[in-house]
Design a protein around this ligand. Structure first.
Ligand code: IMP
Length: 180
């Protein structure tokens, strides 16, 4: 039923599983002895973070932070709003932020600086998708699942107007859906 709104599948469920195995292995190697604090940015991180952490073979903790930069449309607004703050301290912790997509780079630029300001020992980003053509603020995530072209995508946590997060793949939304 949701599939009728999708123009094209960009990253399949199987490809996402493979991405999570590769990224999980790399993170496991890089964070040996560091007990990372993995912070997911709600709500888009949910399926990706859940799949990724199963592939990280380390002592680690997870935290969630609510961040919003879209307000119902298909382009990010300039203000990044924290809708739910962390429960744990990041002081002296090696933080790994788990995100669904990096587009303009504004969200991660703001959140990375905030967590460093709060005393994190290091802050890196793992993102399922990277849309480098959308960049407004220079930002390079350390771990990238896959690079995608400048299109509005939904699924696997990504929404349009809070819908489609439950699609098991990432797809391009038909323009007629958001032009309605
Ligand atoms: P940025 O601050 O522009 O890098 O955007 C980060 C946030 O914008 C992501 O966490 C998503 O919630 C949202 N976003 C960016 N591109 C897309 C997209 O193609 N589809 C759905 N949400 C997106």
């Amino acid at each position: 039923m949701l599939e009728k709104d999708i123009e094209k599948i960009l990253v399949s469920e199987k490809q996402i599983e493979e991405i999570c195995v590769r990224l999980g292995k790399q993170i496991t190697e890089d964070y040996q002895g560091k007990d990372p604090l993995i912070i997911g940015l709600l709500k888009g991180c949910m399926p990706f973070m859940a799949q990724l952490i199963k592939n990280i073979d380390l002592y680690c903790e997870i935290e969630l932070m609510g961040v919003s930069s879209y307000h119902g449309g298909i382009s990010s607004s300039s203000d990044v709003k924290i809708t739910k703050d962390l429960d744990a301290s990041v002081s002296h912790r090696h933080v790994l932020i788990a995100e669904d997509i990096v587009d303009t780079g504004k969200t991660l630029d703001v959140i990375t600086k905030l967590l460093l300001h709060r005393g994190a020992a290091s802050v890196e980003v793992v993102t399922l998708l990277d849309k480098p053509e959308g960049r407004i603020v220079p930002f390079t995530p350390k771990y990238v699942g896959t690079v995608i072209p400048k299109a509005f995508v939904v699924g696997y946590g990504l929404d349009y107007d809070e819908r489609y997060r439950n699609l098991p793949y990432v797809g391009i939304l038909k323009a007629e859906v958001y032009k309605k």
